[in-house]
Ligand binder design. Structure first.
Ligand code: URP
Ligand code: ZN
Ligand code: ZN
Length: 480
């Protein structure tokens, strides 16, 4: 029996925090309380002066993603190992079929790639095209394979973009199945047009990237997706909300009583669009991701969204391309592979900028880095809580520990760090995954293939309420 006793820390859950020891045995939390006894042979971790929190859950990563003609640097092993070094013990990645590719074929491919994961993982399924087989396979994925969320890219025209017909059909099917539709909200037609217009102005460098994807391009798509979800009566989750326009769309819909959820990336909270004006192509290109980093002012709106409860989760969209890969767009910004890293840094930068600044309490931090994601994607309370019966996926957090973030010391295989040079206060001292110490005082002990695929059941009662709403739209007989 493998046992770990984490002694003398302050347990932080999303609902409360309290001083307690935490005993883990054979991968589960078996006791949370004061003065727990260490079984023979147990590893004892002294958590005095530290917090003991549920391991982070990153609901948006792309490991080993083939995208824009190349494949990300981090695979499922290096990416999840880096995640664990930063206190994140679960990722939800994306299966992204090519248009016309059967969903189940793509699903099996991604399951194969992910077998090397060091941490537990799950998948959202992207819907990139539509026909009756897609509709059927969505059912198989929900009912047999434990996928309860479907992703729709409203951008990336001529690649994986979904048109409105696909969006409507897929949202309706998701509702039938009790699955959550999610969207990458950017109007792909506008991006396509603006890319050409910006190029015609003679702008070929990375500074053209944000010009071709202004905030209203995101705001339009967010409003459209939310409106479609409202008409159909299905909840909706908007990934990587980066600007005031889409944050306000979500807040407005929620004020009307609509079940809309928003995700924010660590990068969008902390960086602004000045990164694209760096004369060094490699640095500017390394920041090319979509939606782009935004002008100052948008970051504050995202923090306020998290503080007010109108935005719910934090993620990274971890999608690492090295300088040689980014160089594919040296003469044309629209060809720079889109994506940045961050899976290892998310918790530390959000703690430093969020908790140390007083914007978030430690419990609110747990909510937005772990518990809310577990609830929204049906992993709770197995994940997202320090409680008896939960998986022993924990992070022991040293609020006084400091670190200067750098590509030179990161575990990710990417050669760039968007948080380069930032010194954070508040870092993991230990990470426990499946009841095993996988990171201790700077030493990473990630094991290839140790991670498990997490099935996430369809929603029941939560969705029934949405269906009632849909039924309310059914016309009643008009008496004249
Ligand atoms: O630029 C990004 N975000 N790359 C990954 C694909 C996506 O849009 O999520
Ligand atoms: Zn996206
Ligand atoms: Zn993404």
């Amino acid at each position: 029996m493998t046992s770990i006793l984490i002694r003398g820390g302050t347990v932080v859950n999303a609902d409360r925090s309290f001083v307690a020891d935490v005993l883990c045995q054979d991968g589960s939390v078996v006791a949370v309380g004061e003065n727990l006894h260490a079984p023979a042979g147990a590893t004892v971790v002294d958590a005095g002066g530290q917090y003991v929190m549920p391991g982070g859950i990153d609901p948006h990563t792309h490991m080993q993603l083939p995208f824009m003609g190349t494949t990300t640097m981090d695979d499922f092993f290096s990416g999840t190992a880096a995640a664990m070094a930063g206190g994140t013990t679960t990722i939800i990645d994306f299966v992204i079929p090519n248009p016309q590719q059967p969903l189940l074929e793509a699903y099996q491919t991604w399951r194969g790639w992910a077998e090397k994961s060091a941490s537990d993982y799950s998948f959202h399924m992207a819907i990139t095209w539509w026909d009756e087989t897609v509709k059927r396979d969505m059912g198989t994925l929900v009912q047999q394979e434990g996928i309860n969320s479907f992703k729709h890219f409203m951008a990336y025209k001529n690649a994986i973009m979904c048109d409105d017909e696909t969006l409507v059909n897929s949202f309706k099917r998701a509702l039938e199945l009790g699955a959550m539709p999610t969207v990458h909200a950017e109007n792909g037609e506008l991006v396509y047009l603006l890319q050409r217009e910006v190029a015609a102005l003679g702008i070929s460098g990375p500074e053209g990237h944000p010009l071709s994807r202004p905030p209203m391009v995101e705001g339009e798509a967010a409003n459209r997706a939310i409106a479609i979800a409202d008409v159909l009566g299905v909840p909706i989750y908007v990934v990587h909300v980066s600007c005031i326009e889409s944050a306000e769309a979500i807040a407005r819909a929620r004020a009307r009583g609509q079940r809309v959820y928003g995700e924010v990336l660590a990068g969008h909270l902390l960086l602004d669009d000045s990164v694209y004006r760096n004369p060094d192509f490699a640095s500017a290109a390394a920041h090319v991701m979509s939606p782009p980093f935004r002008p100052k002012g948008h970051q504050e709106a995202l923090w306020r969204g998290l503080q007010s409860g109108n935005l719910h989760t934090t993620a990274t969209d971890h999608c690492t391309f090295c300088a040689a890969q980014k160089a594919a767009g040296r003469d044309d910004f629209s060809k720079i592979p889109n994506g940045c890293g961050g899976v290892e840094e998310r918790l530390a930068v959000i703690w430093d900028a969020g908790v140390n600044s007083g914007r978030l309490t430690p419990s609110e931090f747990v909510a937005i880095t772990s518990a809310n994601t577990a609830k929204l994607f049906n992993l709770y309370p197995r994940k997202g809580s320090v409680s008896v019966g939960a998986d022993a996926d924990l992070v022991v957090w040293d609020p006084q520990g400091t670190k200067t973030l750098s590509a030179k010391t990161q575990h990710s295989l990417g050669d760039f760090n968007v948080f380069e040079g930032r010194t954070v206060r508040g870092i993991p001292s230990h990470t426990v995954s499946q009841g095993v110490l996988v990171f201790a005082q700077g030493e990473l002990r990630a094991e290839r293939g140790k991670g498990r695929y997490l099935k996430r059941p369809a929603f029941g009662a939560n969705f029934a309420a949405a269906k009632l709403r849909a039924e309310a739209l059914t016309p009643t007989a008009v008496t004249r």
